[in-house]
Design a protein around this ligand. Structure first.
Ligand code: FE
Length: 253
């Protein structure tokens, strides 16, 4: 099912959600369409491609997918990069850190040339005249990790930051109750309080209406956005919570 998050003159932000992934983790695909160009964010793996590709095509109108954005290198994001590139003639943007790893997903030389490295400091992309800001969110959770802020719709595509699991709603209404679906993931997957605090300082400089993560529900409205940023800022997570290891004794199957 496709959900329109923003619909303006010549600009649309569409959420492709609830694609049936069987045992695979739930994942959101997002598409920004401006004029005659579209960018697909975190396109997903082969299971997603079978559903998302025809659905994306049906929503494009006269636009073409010219850019793929990969927030980081996880399989639920990049595993179907080869068929996406082959089917769209798009170029893909990914952290420079992952350029030499992506060819392991079967990219041949031509496909590898379609991948453009994002420098650590991020940058600005042009989508048929609309600017999209690629902002650094390193170690949240990947060492080379980016988010996309769309100034037209005021949507921040936050990748794994803000991800929630086990909830069956599309938009957060009760932040305190929503925390139970976010907290465990963030404590384990996000690198540490320094990383989330660096992100929070940058996010506060953006005018954000919606935070749209790659898993689970969106946060809509200034109040929820501010609460989320405040919650992230200084959150003990990842290496902050590491205890000394004990020598393993459990037999593994
Ligand atoms: Fe990930």
């Amino acid at each position: 099912m496709a959900i329109t998050l923003f619909d303006g003159a010549d600009h649309a932000n569409i959420w492709l959600e609830d694609l049936d992934l069987g045992e695979a983790v739930q994942a959101n695909q997002h598409m920004i369409i401006h004029g005659r160009e579209a960018m697909l964010l975190d396109p997903g793996g082969p299971k997603t491609f079978r559903h998302a590709y025809p659905e994306a095509l049906s929503l494009l109108g006269h636009a073409k997918i010219t850019r793929l954005f990969l927030s980081h290198q996880d399989p639920d994001i990049v595993a179907a990069l080869n068929p996406w590139l082959a089917s769209t003639n798009a170029i893909a943007h990914v952290s420079r850190l992952w350029m030499r790893f992506l060819p392991h997903f079967g990219l041949d030389r031509v496909m590898a040339q379609a991948c453009h490295p994002i420098p650590d400091e991020g940058g600005v992309l042009d989508l048929d005249g609309a600017e999209l800001i690629v902002i650094p969110a390193h170690y949240l959770h990947s060492a080379g990790n980016f988010q996309v802020y769309d100034p037209t719709s005021k949507i921040l595509y936050s990748g794994d930051l803000g991800a929630s699991f086990g909830n069956d709603y599309h938009e957060v209404t009760d932040f305190d109750r929503h925390l139970e679906h976010m907290a465990g993931f963030h404590r384990r997957y996000m690198a540490n309080a320094t990383a989330v605090s660096r992100w929070a300082a940058l996010a506060r400089q953006l005018d954000i209406e919606i935070i749209a993560p790659q898993h689970g529900a969106c946060l809509r409205g200034r109040e929820l956005v501010a609460r989320f940023i405040d919650w992230c800022d200084g959150l003990p997570c990842g290496t902050d919570l590491l205890e000394p290891y004990a020598m393993p004794t459990t037999r593994l199957n």
